[in-house]
Design a protein. Sequence first.
Length: 462
Amino acid sequence: MTINLFTFPLNNQSVFIYEEQKVSGQDWAKECLALAHKINNYDERNWLLYEDDFYQYSQYFFALLLANKNIVLAQSDQLERLRQAAKFAEISIGGVDPDNNKQTQFLPHFLPHKNCRQSSEKLALPQDSIAINANTCITLFTSGSTGEAKAIKKYWYQLANEVEALQSLFPYEHMCVLSTVTHQHIYGLLFKLIWPVFTDKEILCETIEYPEQVEHYCRNFNNTILISSPSYLSRADKQLSSHAIASIKKVFCSGGALSANVANDFLQSNQKTITEIYGSTETGGIAWRQQVNNPLWQLFPEHQATVAEDNTLVLASNFLPKNEKFKTDDRVELKGRFFSLLGRVDRIIKLHEKRLSLDEMEKELSHLHKVSACHCFVLDNAKSKAALVTVIELEKHCQLPDNTEQKKQLVNECKKALLSVFEPSLLPRKWRFVQQLPFNSQGKLVKAELVNLFNKSNTLNE
C-alpha cells in the first residue's frame, strides 16, 4: 500500500468503532474538516490539546493539523501537567474543563458552538486533496515518572517518516486495532491513531483495560492487532481464550522492558510472538525484535547507528529533525544493524566508592524462578542516609510473605544469587515484595509509588 502522509486522507477506508457504533472514514473526515473551519477563525497558532475521549481526540488532532496549528499534547488533566503544557500554548482545546477556574486561569479555551458531528452532516468533502504542513510542530512530554516531564518538539514530517517505516516493516491491511495504551503519548499516538488512519484500519476507540474487553471485541473482529505494554502482557498471557488468540494476528509491545519470561510464556500459552518496539519520545522508534526468535534488536530501515566513547547508542534517523543526531542514554553492543542493550548510563551508581550497574543487578535477580520483575533504586530518606533498595514482583504462583520469617527466607535467596556477582557491601539494604510493580498507563514505572512502599508502617517493611 502506497501512503502519502502529507495529504489528509479524505476518502480513507478507516472505520472508528465508537461507543459500539461504526463511523466511516469519510464521515470522520467531514467532522475533522468542520472542526478545522471553526479553528481557522482563531488567530492563535499554538494549541494545547487534552482529551480523554479518543474519538474526539482524533478529530481535534487532525483538525488542528488541517488548520495549520501547532499542537501541544498534555499528558493528563492534572493541574501541574496542564500548567506545564500551557507554557507552550496560547489557547486550549478538548477536555480541559472550561468551568474549572484553576484550569482556565492560564489559557483561554476553544468551544465550538455546536456538536461537531451534528454540524458536519451536510458538509461535502472537497474534490481536491488537502495538504498537511510538513513543518507543523507537535510538542509531547516525557513521562516524568522520576522527575519533571520534559517537552519534546517534533515536526509532522518526523511522525510521517515513522509511520511510513512502520507500514514498510509491518504491512498489515484490513485489521482492527485494539490498544491497552493511552493516545496521550508517542507510542499510542502513532500506533493507535496516525498509522491506522493512513492505512485504512478499523480503530477501536475504547482503551482496553481487562481481558474481558479483548474477548468481547475479538468475537466481532476476526483480524486484530493488539497494541500493548509489558505490564499488561505480563498479566494477560494466560487469560485469553483460544477464540481471542485466533483473532489476534499481531501483538506489539513498547513502553518498557519486556522480560524474557513473559515473552516465552506468551508464546507457550498463546502461540503468538510479541513484536517489541524500542525507542523514546525524542527518537521515535529505533529498533524492533521478537526476542523468542532473536534477543538482538534490529534497527529500523534507513536508521544508522554508532557507539559513543561511553558505549551509548548514537542515532542518525529521518525520524529526527533534519541533519541532527541523537545520543541516547542506553549503552549497547553494536553488531552491524543489530545490537544488544547493556543498560542505561544513568543507572550506574557509585556505592561505597564502587561502580554498580542497577540494570545488571536487576538482570541477575530476574533469573530467579520466583521473580517475575524487579526494580532497584537509591532511596533518599530525610530520616536516614541514602540506601540501595529493591522492589520485587513475584511470579503469579508465589504468595507474598505474610510473616517476617517468610520474608527473610525470600531475601536470603535473592542475596545468595547476587553474591555470585556482587560484593556483599553492594547488596540492597531494604527489600519489598509485591504482586504487581506500579506502572502508569504508558507502561512506565511510577517512582512515587515505589518510594511509598518503603514509607508504609508495617512490621514486614522494617
